[in-house]
Design a binder for this molecule. Structure first.
Ligand SMILES: [Zn+2]
Length: 393
């Protein structure tokens, strides 16, 4: 039974009793007001017959092979730990992937190193970059209008592999984990393992903004947004395009993926990443911390909470330890990331620090944070906000 809760009402801001995810997380549902749907899904994994799912995976790969193509499937690759693992797994299972990379907004040296390392696993690899001048304009526009600097990145990691699949006449795309499963999306999608246009529009993080909206609102010619648009229904049908999640067929574990990637040459950061509690993820895009910070402003949690929850569910962290980590490292103003200063990252999109701070305030859910008696947000000398319920009860 689910509780009907006003997610924006701070008086109701509560956390899952098993992990530390707040009720404000979009799409998260709660059972009996206590346990979140992500914890529920994770428990149900114990009932899965993985052998059967592996057999099903092989059936799907065989059924969707284009006999005239040298490739068995497309593997979308950021070059991160998960896509390195995905590629290793597909190769181990005996298939020939075509790896496709949608370039990130501000690729770090470490990100470049790991992409080159992934290629050396022995795969053909296509890197696709969108026009950087337009991309910068879009990044600023979406930061200002929907509070997300990474909208363009989120849409192109989904659209570009599908475009390449059609160009190369490869029907099947093997994505990584279904984030709705790992993070607890609406229950009726629990068994869904297909990624298609409707999935993208519902769960792809587009925040209600489509590329056609961008053309109108920013007066950008639609031709400039070809790579930001999902192919037409006719193109999809002609190519018999299907997208599946590898995590539906094989148990998915981000930490284990990192270990496998590291064994295969993947390089990690020299310390835990700023705004995180691990050293092996989101190494490829200097803008990523800004994206995560806006999640904190809107919903009161960030990447530290995500990681704590994943670790709690796998019995690698207690809930009390997680609370401490979230209080110590979570929700910090993104003053730097991967060796870049915030001002340097913002400079790329022609945004000053003052302008950025105003945009932050605009997207901050004031019901979640302490304000003075004039209703203004209280910040410390480092611009950090204070959560109303900072004890995570
Ligand atoms: Zn939970």
């Amino acid at each position: 039974m689910n509780l009907s809760i006003d997610k924006n009402n701070s008086e109701n801001l509560r956390y899952c009793k098993k992990c530390v995810m707040p009720i404000t997380k979009p799409d998260l549902e709660f059972y009996d007001g206590k346990i979140c749907s992500a914890c529920h899904f994770f428990e149900k994994r114990k009932e899965i017959d993985w052998k059967k799912r592996e057999e099903r995976f092989h059936e799907i790969l065989k059924k969707n092979k284009n006999p005239s193509s040298p490739y068995d499937c497309i593997v979308p690759c950021s070059g991160g730990k998960d896509s390195t693992y995905q590629t290793i797994k597909i190769l181990e299972l005996g298939y020939k992937p075509l790896c496709v990379n949608a370039s990130t907004d501000k690729l770090s040296d470490l990100g470049r190193y790991n992409i080159e390392n992934l290629k050396k696993l022995g795969v053909d690899f296509i890197e696709v970059s969108t026009n950087p001048n337009i991309r910068r304009r879009i990044n600023k526009f979406t930061l200002e209008t929907v509070g997300d600097i990474s909208w363009a990145e989120h849409i192109t990691i989904f659209t570009i592999p599908v475009r390449i699949a059609i160009q190369f006449k490869i029907p099947l795309i093997v994505w990584g984990e279904n984030p709705q499963n790992e993070n607890g999306g609406p229950l009726y999608k629990e068994d869904n393992h297909i990624l298609d246009r409707s999935w993208l529009e519902e769960f792809g993080g587009l925040l209600g903004l489509r590329s056609t909206d961008i053309t109108d609102l920013m007066s950008i010619d639609i031709k400039e947004l070809y790579l930001y648009t999902y192919p037409s229904n006719e193109e999809i049908k002609n190519n018999k395009s299907t997208g599946i999640f590898l995590g539906h067929f094989f148990p998915w574990d981000g930490e284990e993926n990192a270990k496998i990637a590291i064994k295969n040459g993947f390089k990690v950061y020299h310390k835990n990443i700023e705004g995180s509690i691990v050293n092996y993820e989101n190494l490829d895009n200097a803008q990523m911390r800004i994206h995560d910070y806006f999640k904190f402003l809107k919903f009161g949690y960030d990447r530290v909470t995500d990681w704590c929850c994943w670790k709690i569910r796998r019995d690698r962290l207690t809930r009390d330890e997680a609370k401490e980590l979230v209080i110590k490292y979570g929700g910090k103003y993104p003053i730097n990331y991967l060796g870049f200063e915030l001002s340097e990252i913002l400079n790329e999109i022609d945004c000053s620090l003052d302008e950025f701070n105003l945009i932050c305030d605009k997207f901050t859910n004031k019901k979640l944070f302490k304000c003075n008696n004039k209703g203004e947000l209280i910040k410390d000398e480092n611009q950090n906000l204070i959560l109303n319920n900072s004890k995570f009860d």
